[in-house]
Design a protein around this ligand. Structure first.
Ligand SMILES: NC(=O)C1=CN([C@@H]2O[C@H](COP(=O)(O)OP(=O)(O)OC[C@H]3O[C@@H](n4cnc5c(N)ncnc54)[C@H](OP(=O)(O)O)[C@@H]3O)[C@@H](O)[C@H]2O)C=CC1
Ligand SMILES: O=C(O)C1=N[C@H](C(=O)O)C[C@H](O)C1
Length: 247
């Protein structure tokens, strides 16, 4: 498979390594610190694009791929307010797109079990629920896309909560969640690749459900596997749809 990379930073460069390891070719790579500039690239030289760029670049990159009939895997986070319109455009234009807030196997198992756990605990109102995420200091978006997916999984199980609210430590904003809101605490710390915890706390005990990424390798390998999965399919998909345990 020939892969085009939109974004050639920490993730883009690691994805290239995994793509080559799995027998693929990187046809082009775009990003200001990359080998190529977008105007000098024939996008159609690739069978598929993988976008790990920046929150404010993802929407344009998605549109560009749709215009060129190029399937796209999107790992970039921070653009999910536009998810419904992107999905509609993709389906109406008969294009192919798969997006995911997290491509690692471990986190996708975590997403699955998170929903089961929330369903089991939600009737017991003595438990306060909260999501915590820790990432490196370079991260542009808060909360993380992964934390949003986790929060949405929890909110599905709660009839008395319908929204999440974010508290970014150090932002100076005082955020106190209302009764119908689920708190997502974000912390930015040195070079942490990504840690997510769900906490259920009562007066008598606490449940902590936690995933710790030791590196970005799981995300990068997962993105290449997602590209292999998407090629030949039409429509709009989430990474969770690749996994059997959701059936
Ligand atoms: N879904 C998942 O599993 C994961 C998602 N992510 C997400 O992926 C994204 C990228 O992460 P990461 O690689 O760590 O970030 P980096 O900042 O290391 O890399 C982003 C790259 O995108 C480039 N870029 C900027 N503008 C554009 C553009 N318009 N088109 C293409 N490329 C552009 C940047 O260039 P320059 O710096 O010169 O501006 C930079 O090289 C983030 O949104 C992050 O949250 C990260 C890990 C896992
Ligand atoms: O920016 C990152 O680094 C990461 N972003 C994704 C997110 O926002 O959830 C996935 C991973 O946690 C790393």
């Amino acid at each position: 498979m020939k892969i085009g990379l939109l974004g050639y930073g920490k993730m883009g460069q690691l994805i290239e390594r995994y793509a080559i390891k799995r027998g693929h070719e990187v046809a082009w790579a775009i990003g200001s610190s990359s080998r190529e500039d977008i105007t000098s690239v024939d996008l159609k030289n690739a069978d598929i694009a993988i976008d790990f760029s920046k929150p404010d670049a993802a929407l344009d990159n998605i549109s560009l791929c749709f215009e060129h009939d190029l399937p796209i895997v999107v790992g970039t986070t921070g653009w999910y307010d536009h998810l419904e319109e992107v999905k509609a455009t993709c389906v109406d234009a008969n294009q192919s797109m798969l997006y995911g807030s997290n491509f690692s196997i471990g986190v996708n198992v975590f997403f699955h079990v998170n929903k089961l756990l929330a369903k089991a605990i939600s009737p017991y109102k003595q438990y306060d629920t909260q999501v915590e995420e820790i990432h490196h200091i370079h991260k542009l978006d808060a909360p993380s896309g992964t934390a949003i997916t986790i929060a949405e999984g929890i909110l599905d199980a709660y009839t008395d909560k319908d929204n999440w609210v974010n508290r970014l430590e150090g932002s100076g904003e005082e955020i106190i969640p209302a009764k119908n809101e689920l708190l997502i605490e974000s912390l930015r710390l040195e070079e942490v690749p990504g840690t997510h915890t769900v906490l259920y706390s009562s007066e008598v005990d606490q449940i902590e459900f936690k995933h710790t990424a030791h590196s970005r390798d799981g995300f990068a390998l997962g993105a290449v596997v997602a590209a292999e999965w998407l090629v030949g399919r039409k429509g709009f998909y989430q990474v969770t749809e690749m996994f059997d345990f959701n059936k």
